[in-house]
Design a binder for this molecule. Structure first.
Ligand SMILES: Cc1cc2nc3c(=O)[nH]c(=O)nc-3n(C[C@H](O)[C@H](O)[C@H](O)COP(=O)(O)OP(=O)(O)OC[C@H]3O[C@@H](n4cnc5c(N)ncnc54)[C@H](O)[C@@H]3O)c2cc1C
Length: 475
């Protein structure tokens, strides 16, 4: 017997025989708390989340996923879905739940002629980049190679190629998905198109995705990318300059401004180490010489302490920032979309960052626009495509840090930026906002449509451990 958690948060005992039958039906395996891999599989990127699932179904194919979903439904079990476990909010793991762990499903198959990649849902961005760059191709995705393709894609997917080629979902051709009733469906523009609309921004609400098919673009092998670092005293002027520059910049260029504390190591000069800095991180998706010309005026302003922009292999750039967000730290996220980056918004951001509580905290402000904004608002469930800027506050601290103080600073910073917010936020960047925050992550018409879709595909809310669209939510 194991004790588990029902969806209704009441206890449940599951007979050994039922678990043995589930185990026998899987090609993958079941991990109970005494299994040697149990602890490493329940661990996620945000080390502040330490939860104990009743059992883990370590699935290796679609049939395994179907068996696990059917088991959860039959036993009224709380179920969590783990792609790569990189989401800071930590919904991938829950006490007493059945965790469906996809991390062994990492295969990526590339058809270079058709320019299509099909990736299993446990792949990370690094797996996808390695397989596609072998053919000089890429899927627009995120900025840290450990991030899972599943969670990232289902929320939208923002990264260095977004202004040229759109979000990850704008390059999604189809998914294979196991819905709450245990069916394996294909969702694409031509099959189950309503579901395809919903998985492009609606998160893990509609089922367990087994594989993603993506459209590929020629990228690299080298791109022009890197960052220019300024002492904090120049940050105001540089943020203003960058804002004005991006207003007319070509779509090939994506820039994220990062307020951070310079780490105590090269290449940061000793006088900057441990001090707050502005890192202007950029990537150009077109030819390198053209990129050099385009970014020259951006780099020419101010007196940078460090300029590390140059040609770099795309795969190296895609993993260069991994060290800035390592495993093993505690993490708390807050985000807004900004209506713009006016001088007052810059001042408030700099004032708050001056009192940063952790040397590992980062504030990312990126200009969106470009190809992201050209997709019609109702084409996908991803909302707020017209927001000019994304504000993403990622606080990180070691396990012995003062969590209460860190969370309080992050929340008050986020609160202070509210006057400059569109009211919405990127669903992959929010944390514990609850129903109101989730609702605000979507435009009202999108939210209403998501609720209707949830009622169709998951009326009992089996998939509730996510930024949840509850089927009983008022429209
Ligand atoms: C340091 C850091 C950097 C980031 N950088 C970026 C970035 O550059 N761009 C960007 O867009 N986002 C970025 N993100 C956010 C990222 O997109 C989300 O955290 C995403 O959810 C991670 O996906 P995962 O599969 O690793 O997460 P997991 O924690 O495994 O999953 C998160 C949730 O997604 C759902 N889910 C996962 N797999 C499946 C599946 N197969 N089927 C159905 N539902 C599933 C579940 O609800 C699950 O709880 C970053 C996050 C962090 C912490």
């Amino acid at each position: 017997m194991i004790s588990a958690q029902r969806v209704a948060s009441t206890g449940l005992a599951i007979a050994d025989a039922a678990i043995d039958a589930l185990s026998a039906s899987l090609t993958g395996d079941i991990l109970l708390p005494n299994h040697p891999d149990y602890d490493q599989t329940r661990a996620i990127w945000n080390a502040g989340i330490d939860r104990y699932p009743a059992l883990i179904a370590r699935v290796v194919n679609a049939d395994d996923v179907i068996a696990a979903v059917n088991f959860a439904r039959a036993h009224d079990l709380l179920v969590s879905v783990r792609g790569s476990g990189h989401n800071a909010a930590g919904f991938a793991v829950a006490d007493g739940a059945l965790m469906i762990d996809l991390s062994l499903m990492k295969r990526v198959v590339v058809d270079p002629e058709a320019r299509v990649a099909v990736a299993e849902a446990g792949a990370r961005l690094g797996d996808l980049d390695a397989a596609t760059q072998a053919h000089g191709l890429a899927v627009p995705a995120g900025t840290i190679s450990d991030t899972g393709i599943a969670g990232l894609t289902l929320g939208g997917g923002m990264g260095w190629l977004m202004r040229k080629y759109g979000l990850t979902i704008d390059n999604l051709l189809a998914v294979e998905i196991v819905t709450a009733d245990g069916r394996l469906l294909v969702a694409s523009q031509t099959e189950n198109a309503d579901l395809f609309w919903g998985v492009r921004g609606g998160g893990g609400n509609f089922g367990v995705v087994v594989s993603f098919a993506y459209r590929l673009h020629p990228v690299g092998p080298h791109v022009l990318a890197g960052f220019v670092v300024y002492p904090i005293a120049q940050a105001r002027e540089m943020l203003q300059h960058g804002r004005d520059f991006m207003a007319t910049a070509p779509d090939d260029l994506t820039v994220f401004n990062v307020l951070m504390t310079a780490p105590p190591a090269a290449p940061f000069p000793p006088e900057l180490q441990g001090k707050p800095v502005l890192a202007v991180a950029m990537a150009y998706a077109g030819p390198i010489e053209e990129g050099e010309r385009v970014v020259a005026p951006l780099r020419a302003c101010g007196t940078p302490a460090l300029d590390l922009v140059g040609p770099i292999p795309y795969t190296v750039w895609q993993s260069l920032l991994d060290e800035s967000a390592p495993y093993g730290l505690h993490h708390y996220n807050k985000a807004h979309y900004l209506t713009g980056l006016d001088d007052d918004a810059i001042d408030v951001a700099l004032d708050y960052f001056a009192d940063v509580t952790s040397p590992l905290a980062q504030l990312h402000i990126g200009a969106v626009g470009g190809a992201v904004a050209r997709v019609p608002a109702d084409a996908t469930a991803f909302a707020h495509r017209d927001a000019p800027n994304v504000f993403w506050l990622m606080n990180m601290w070691p396990p012995d840090g003062d969590a209460e103080r860190q969370v309080a600073w992050t929340r008050s910073f986020w609160q202070a930026m509210r006057p400059f917010s569109t009211g919405g936020a990127y669903v992959n960047a929010i944390g514990d906002e609850g129903r109101d925050g989730i609702r605000a992550a979507y435009a009202p018409a999108t939210y209403e449509r998501l609720v209707a879709l949830k009622r169709t595909y998951d009326p009992t809310n089996l998939f509730r451990l996510n930024q949840n669209i509850a089927p009983d939510a008022a429209p």
